[in-house]
Design a protein. Structure first.
Ligand code: ADP
Ligand code: 5GP
Length: 204
């Protein structure tokens, strides 16, 4: 008996620690897969094709849009396209794996519109200074990119009320533990256990 996997949407402002939280979660939990997005941005040092992202040209990306290959896609920061491939998510969930989408807030809200069983988790910074320091400290952004991402962050935090859960990433272990608790609770939802109930009823 395989319970269908959860669709976990982990989002929040750039630099809040989504990637760090998801990596730790993946190392602690079996039965969970990260969805790999497609992007038109250039790879950062250390990023690997098919692991970090599928890196594609604008033209290749648009062909995928035309083929309806995305669960959602967005132009993030008015610059690069990012999209969640549909087929991978469904295949993994049907095989019983929980799937994490680590995506920006606008994309996350599009997923919520399409998938009413998506579990929406908003990662928040303990305060805005910490968020700015993390963005700068990561060392991957130009000053212009930091300013743009920080500006977006203020708008994104205003959308947190549309999520199911909000987790403050102050202490990493604590934040990961809270995501683990959400996953456990979601697996215990009655609506996610109809097969179990039917099986027990069948044994009466
Ligand atoms: P995002 O994926 O949300 O853009 P990252 O995971 O890349 O953010 O994290 C941004 C920076 O903040 C990284 O340098 C990361 O090491 C650091 N970071 C993440 N979580 C914490 C935390 N709880 N405490 C201190 N630094 C953190
Ligand atoms: P980065 O360029 O820092 O890797 O990502 C920029 C932003 O794009 C992050 O907020 C990240 O979560 C988001 N992102 C990554 N993949 C996707 C995706 O498939 N769809 C959407 N909408 N956003 C994504």
């Amino acid at each position: 008996m395989t319970q269908k996997g959860l669709l976990l949407v982990v989002s929040g402002p750039s630099g809040v620690g989504k990637g760090t939280i998801c990596s730790k979660l993946m190392s602690e939990r079996d039965n969970i897969k990260m969805s790999v997005s497609v992007t038109t941005r250039q790879p950062r040092p250390g990023e690997t094709e098919g692991v970090s992202y599928f890196f594609r040209t604008e033209e290749e990306f648009m062909k995928m849009v035309d083929a309806d290959a995305f669960l959602e896609y967005m132009c993030v920061f008015g610059k690069n396209h990012y999209g969640t491939p549909k087929s991978y998510v469904e295949e993994q969930r049907n095989a019983g794996y929980d799937v994490i989408l680590e995506i920006d807030v606008k994309g996350a809200l599009k997923v919520k519109e399409k998938c009413d069983d998506a579990v929406m988790i908003f990662i928040a910074p303990p305060d805005m200074d910490t968020l700015r320091n993390r963005l700068v400290g990561r060392g991957t952004e130009t000053p212009e990119s930091v300013a743009r991402r920080f500006g977006e962050a203020i708008k994104e935090i205003g959308l947190a009320q549309q999520y199911d859960y909000i987790i403050v990433n102050d202490n990493l272990d604590k934040a990961v533990g809270q995501v683990q608790s959400v996953i456990s609770a979601e697996h215990s939802r009655v609506m996610n256990n109809t097969e179990l109930i039917n099986q027990l009823k069948g044994e009466m």
